[in-house]
Design a protein around this ligand. Structure first.
Ligand code: ZN
Length: 567
């Protein structure tokens, strides 16, 4: 028993220090049972000990707990806390270990991009940090904007990022419940049905003037509510929350809670025509989904007052809403308003064009999901808007792909050289240090070198063809010549890459660069290089990352095309 009491004390102290000085009996019990499964049948026996220890540990306070750990369990301080890899994220206010619920609520109205990745990663990291749950909720209550293909694209993107959800749902699953809540709002006179014209509503809100509808009795609102399902047409009537028409916060000026949309819903077709607004749906859904901490980007900050007001009116549990900054890249827009015309005009090839920050495009370009996660975590939970340089993401990616990329030779501007005396074949390793196999190259007299490598070479000079050996230059001009001079390593001669002319594989490399400079579309944002690769390129699978020697990392996009990832 003494031994188990010591373990309980150790776990309780550690957990208390990690959670601002307080631990809980349930958590300590769970941890004990996880490490000492033989006590699973003896919970009754150890529970009194746990209660005792937890209460005495909690009484100590954070400072004293730390000191106690130092004196009683110095080993704990040496053990690396698991949280370290999430150091970009500060602790969550009011978070209880084991009961944190976060959610990622994308609207299926477009392809997922780097901004979605940031939100989903932060939601997931926090859920994991506290052993909590993560809900994926498709916020699909605007049939005019939503399409089936976007639900799928978002799911595919999140899977690629490696994000695991404990639950997946749609806001539209709860439409009946949202109607019930609307009736509650109307019945409690927290909302009313407004039949004014859109221009009138806008003008009134601007001028902080209530409309006649807001004076109507509950009975009138109930009658009008019924008519929203039958007589009224789109634009004829909306449900408005009774906020404060004179509020400095424009969001609070009697905002729309439900409206009629007659477009078919991607999942429910024409089953419903009255649809909750974002503000209404998100508040109710977060509350019923058990969300404890709801994150959204900073531009929603003014909507928090409304979020809490709706839940107060409905007497529903209020999650904590927290803001983080939006993430984007300079000159790489994510807005559909900007992207759609570019695609329609053929200026970019589609949502997977390698110049775009969509997840499809980043993947196609050779950016790894682990790099995106590291990048997002490196930015942390800052509130200031982040226009991160793309190079930062590249540097995280480079560290990952470097050890996994096959090294191949590739020539951009070929100069012919005839080399006599070469061996028939050589075998070269696919990676300088990692075990990634090797390939055999059939040699031939005709070799391609980069023109620029030959510029400063004179007859009689020696150069080293990387991986092959040394050659002495015997002639220059349109048809340069050289003689094989053995494989002895010398440090003072130029080391250059090369490709056998006869078997060279002609491929295209797409080199993406910044799409916009300010408002200006960059017409040369996608360069096409026609190059000569080693024939081994054709044996590689689509999607593999290659480092073309002295050029940079590229991802094999298809048989005859690669996309430049970064240097
Ligand atoms: Zn009105």
């Amino acid at each position: 028993m003494d031994e188990i009491t010591t373990k309980i004390r150790k776990i309780a102290l550690q957990n208390a220090v990690e959670h601002g000085g307080k631990t809980q009996d349930k958590i300590v019990l769970a941890k004990i049972l996880a490490s000492e499964p033989q006590f699973r049948s003896r919970v009754k026996e150890i529970m009194p000990q746990i209660l005792l220890v937890v209460s005495s540990v909690n009484d100590l306070g954070l400072e004293q707990q730390r000191k106690t750990i130092e004196s009683e369990f110095p080993g704990l301080l040496a053990e690396k806390p698991k949280k370290e890899e999430r150091e970009g994220l500060p602790p969550l206010e009011g978070a209880q270990h084991g009961s944190v619920v976060t959610r990622f609520p994308p609207e299926p109205n477009g392809y997922p991009h780097i901004g979605h990745a940031k939100a989903a990663i932060i939601d997931e990291e926090y859920a994991r940090m506290y052993d909590g749950k993560l809900v994926l909720r498709f916020d699909d209550t605007n049939p005019e904007a939503e399409r089936l293909e976007y639900y799928a694209a978002i799911k595919v993107g999140l899977d690629w990022l490696g994000i695991k959800f404990d639950r997946v749902k749609n806001t539209s699953d709860d439409i009946e419940l949202l109607y019930k809540k609307s009736v509650e709002l109307l019945g409690g006179n927290f909302a009313y049905v407004c039949t004014c014209k859109q221009e009138t509503i806008s003008a009134n809100r601007r001028e902080m003037r209530p409309c006649k509808c807001s004076l109507g009795q509950v009975e009138q609102n109930m009658e009008r509510w019924e008519k929203m399902f039958s007589k009224y047409k789109q634009g004829d009537a909306i449900v408005r929350f009774r906020g404060d028409i004179k509020s400095e916060n424009t969001v609070m000026r009697d905002p729309v809670m439900l409206r009629i949309i007659e477009t078919k819903h991607p999942l429910l077709a024409d089953k419903y025509r009255v649809w909750p607004s974002y503000d209404f749906a998100v508040a109710v859904e977060d509350s019923i989904d058990g969300v404890t901490h709801a994150f959204r980007t900073k531009e929603y900050e003014l909507r928090n007052e409304l979020y809490y007001a709706i839940l107060d009116a409905l007497k529903m549990r209020k999650p904590r809403v927290l803001e983080f900054s939006r993430l984007g890249f300079e000159g790489m827009p994510v807005s559909k308003r900007v992207l759609r015309p570019l695609i329609e005009e053929g200026k970019v090839s589609g949502y997977d064009d390698p110049r775009l920050p969509t997840l499809e495009a980043l993947k196609r370009r050779g950016i790894r999901p682990e790099a995106i996660r590291k990048f997002v975590m490196s930015l942390g939970f800052t509130k200031a808007d982040t226009m991160a340089p793309f190079e930062t993401l590249e540097s995280f990616n480079r560290k990952i792909v470097d050890s996994e990329s096959i090294r191949l030779n590739m020539i951009k501007n070929p100069a012919n050289i005839k080399v006599v005396g070469l061996p028939q074949t050589i075998t070269v390793p696919n990676h300088p240090t990692k075990e990634m196999g090797s390939r055999t190259i059939q040699l031939d007299e005709g070799v391609y070198l980069e023109q620029e490598d030959l510029q400063n070479i004179k007859v009689g000079d020696k150069i080293r063809l990387m991986g092959l050996g040394n050659v002495s230059i015997t002639g220059l001009g349109p048809q340069a010549t050289a003689r094989y001079a053995g494989d002895e390593m010398t440090s003072d001669i130029p080391k250059i890459h090369w490709v056998v002319q006869k078997t060279a594989q002609k491929i295209k490399i797409l080199v993406p660069s910044q799409l916009f400079f300010g408002e200006q579309f960059n017409e040369s944002s996608l360069e096409e290089l026609n190059v000569f690769s080693e024939p081994y390129y054709s044996e590689l699978k689509d999607g593999v990352e290659i480092q073309f020697v002295r050029f940079g990392y590229c991802r094999k996009d298809s048989l005859l095309q690669a996309i430049y990832t970064h240097r």
